[in-house]
Design a protein around this ligand. Structure first.
Ligand code: GLU
Length: 302
């Protein structure tokens, strides 16, 4: 049954604040544009503000030329924002790479509360311990090897390697995490079944997406997060972080994903559908958006 999209409203007493949170790890494609356009439409409909945040934490994948391209492509597409790396604002800086101390503070708080534990398992160890990734999310459920109390141990990470640990958030196994999505309606995910203990801090000292995103959305007063439907499971993880950090979560609106002719979600491999390439082919933003504005679930025109 289709859920009627909720109108974009901020909670009483809080003006609507939405955000665009691109990662400069490659060129933006039509899928990003589609989600961001929805974010823009919802912010406008609510008479609210849109914040641009550059999620540039991953030093291996983010490149300065992608930052430049990202801003240029978003503007070309017709997006505008009232706060961001290029225009400043009350919550500056708007680049995650410049906000590390807030993430560190949040990590310390989680550590002090015993909600995270160090883990030295490699991806390979985890893959070997679990049969197959669960659910739609492509991350296998962490088997609990380094979890305090797992197999009679007391919290010391088992690894004998000198590998620095990552920090994992311990999820409450069996708890149902519920939220009412603005487009999809009631969502129910079970901790420990739909997702497991997740990384909040990487072994190389880089804060993980889940933590940085929650810290920033809370700090920047975001009232509604508009993101792709591939992130529904991450939203459930993030709701646990909001609770652990005692911050009020925003509302959520998960957009349909743009797919290619074969029904696959757009990814970096779809170079031909990057905004740059489409622009070079002489396509206009209006033309690209043509199928999106009709009621219901818009069919992307590729
Ligand atoms: N930087 C993330 C991405 O591009 C943001 C996801 C989100 O909206 O939270 O996938």
């Amino acid at each position: 049954m289709n859920h009627r999209p909720n109108p974009p409203e901020a909670p009483p007493g809080r003006p609507y604040r939405g955000r665009l949170a691109p990662s400069p790890t490659g060129y933006l494609h039509l899928g990003h544009a589609r989600t961001f356009w929805t974010a823009r439409e919802r912010a406008r409909a609510a008479g609210g503000v849109l914040v641009l945040r550059s999620e540039d934490l991953d030093p291996d994948r983010c490149r300065p030329e992608f930052v430049v391209a990202m801003l240029e492509d978003l503007r070309w597409f017709g997006l505008d924002w009232q706060e961001g790396p290029d225009c400043g604002g009350p919550h500056a800086p708007y680049e995650q790479s410049r906000r590390i101390r807030w993430y560190r503070e949040a990590l310390s708080r989680l550590q002090a509360g015993g909600q995270v534990y160090p883990c030295t398992c490699s991806r390979k160890d985890i893959r070997a311990a679990v049969a197959a990734p669960q659910g739609a999310d492509d991350e296998p459920i962490y088997p609990g090897t380094c979890r305090p109390g797992f197999g009679g141990r007391t919290g010391e990470s088992r690894g004998t390697s000198a590998r620095p640990p990552c920090w994992r958030f311990r999820v409450p196994d069996g708890e149902v995490i519920e939220f009412v999505d603005g487009r999809l309606g009631l969502q129910r995910l079970v901790a420990g079944r739909d997702f497991g203990d997740f990384v909040v801090w990487r072994p190389d000292g880089v804060p993980a997406y889940q933590l940085a995103c929650v810290v920033d959305d809370a700090a920047m007063g975001i009232t509604e997060v508009v993101r792709g439907a591939d992130l529904v499971v991450s939203t459930a993880r993030q709701l646990l972080l909001y609770r652990a950090l005692e911050r009020r979560p925003p509302a959520f609106y998960h957009c349909a994903l743009v797919t290619d002719a074969a029904g696959r979600r757009l990814a970096k491999r779809h170079d031909a559908l990057s905004l740059r390439a489409l622009r070079a082919q002489g396509r206009t933003p209006e033309e690209l958006r043509a199928g999106w504005e009709s009621a219901g679930e818009p069919i992307p025109q590729l």
